[in-house]
Design a protein around this ligand. Structure first.
Ligand code: AVJ
Length: 319
């Protein structure tokens, strides 16, 4: 059996502690969504994907279940047979692994902000796929997709499922897509995109009856307490999520229930009652607009598959 190899990329320009502290001091306060994903946050996100209100995971899975052979054939035609599968934000690697039979990759590169999470996941994955060359890359690609040079140059399939692209404002999404096209080196991108749909469906997905999304959002404060030595009391804050039709995005915020002050290592600030901290944007695209964005990023030969309701799209774009 082979063993997975791990590459830890150098830290981004801004260290996580510096970035989080700057966001907390900003007006209005704004913490990037990558800070949701500490150990508990990752588990809470997994729980979100099981909620009846959270349609994206199920819609995307339904598309792959119904169209797997078609998607695999189109992907192999675009990338070739000696396929390197580069999984952006691999997490538990389940989605990529479910494609191994149909896609038959020669090499699997799992990229995630948390290399620690990847270590356990990839050890177990390697046991199930003993001959697959498996590489784990610890990289925060939210500011720049700077993959290690040794992995670049051969046509690759960049796999970016789950509509994580929704966390990027259109201009930043375009930048990431351009970087993905460069990394694909003549291969292709296979991406999940959440689409515009009735507002009540969107809002329920981000404000579920059980309060799991609220816990996911509030857990950010516990993460900041650990990361920054902050003294947030989670009970002082409330989860807020709504769809802004003009920006075509869900916004998530944490709202102070009363006037309070927060201290952390190297800083302090007051929040008025009702003051909000912006924690996430989740953009919802019209299919044609996202296809135009892919073309603007230099992709061609676009294919798109949607679920029956037309709520989610899986798109393939040649580099
Ligand atoms: C992982 C970014 C795709 O935007 O739907 C789920 C994160 N936030 N519920 C999304 C999320 C609140 C999710 N993405």
């Amino acid at each position: 059996m082979r063993s997975p190899r791990f590459i830890e990329c150098p830290q981004p320009a801004l260290a996580p502690v510096t970035e989080a502290a700057a966001g907390l001091a900003a007006r209005p306060a704004r913490i990037p969504p990558k800070f949701f994903y500490d150990a508990l946050g990752s588990r809470l996100f997994d729980a979100i994907t099981e909620l009846p209100e959270y349609y994206p995971t199920r819609s995307e899975a339904a598309i792959f279940a119904a169209r797997r052979a078609d998607i695999a054939a189109a992907t192999q035609a675009a990338v070739g047979t000696d396929m390197t599968l580069i999984d952006l934000g691999a997490g538990n690697c389940c989605k990529a692994e479910s494609l191994f039979d149909a896609f038959a990759p020669a090499r699997y590169v799992a990229v995630d902000i948390s290399v620690q999470y990847l270590r356990d996941t990839l050890q177990r994955l390697q046991q199930r796929h003993p001959r697959l060359e498996t590489i784990g890359v610890g990289l925060d690609f939210s500011a720049q997709l700077a993959l290690p040079a040794e992995l670049l140059g051969k046509p690759a399939l960049l796999f970016y499922p789950g509509s994580s692209i929704g966390n990027f404002a259109p201009a930043d999404a375009l930048r990431l897509l351009r970087e993905a096209r460069a990394a694909a080196a003549g291969g292709a991108l296979l991406i999940g995109v959440d689409l515009v749909k009735p507002v009540d469906v969107l809002q329920a997905a981000y404000d579920d009856a059980l309060g799991v999304t609220a816990a996911f959002n509030l857990n950010l404060l516990r993460h900041l307490n650990r990361l920054l030595g902050a003294d947030f009391d989670v009970r002082d804050w409330r989860h807020v999520a709504f769809f802004d039709p003009r920006a075509s995005r869900i916004e998530m915020h944490l709202e102070a229930r009363r006037a309070l002050s927060v201290r952390w290592r190297g800083g302090e600030r007051r929040f008025a009652a009702g003051e909000r901290m912006h924690t996430e944007d989740s953009y919802k695209w019209r299919r044609g607009d996202f296809e135009a964005l892919l073309r603007e990023a230099g992709f061609r030969d676009l294919r798109a598959w949607t679920d029956e309701a037309g709520w989610f799209a899986v798109m393939l774009a040649a580099g």
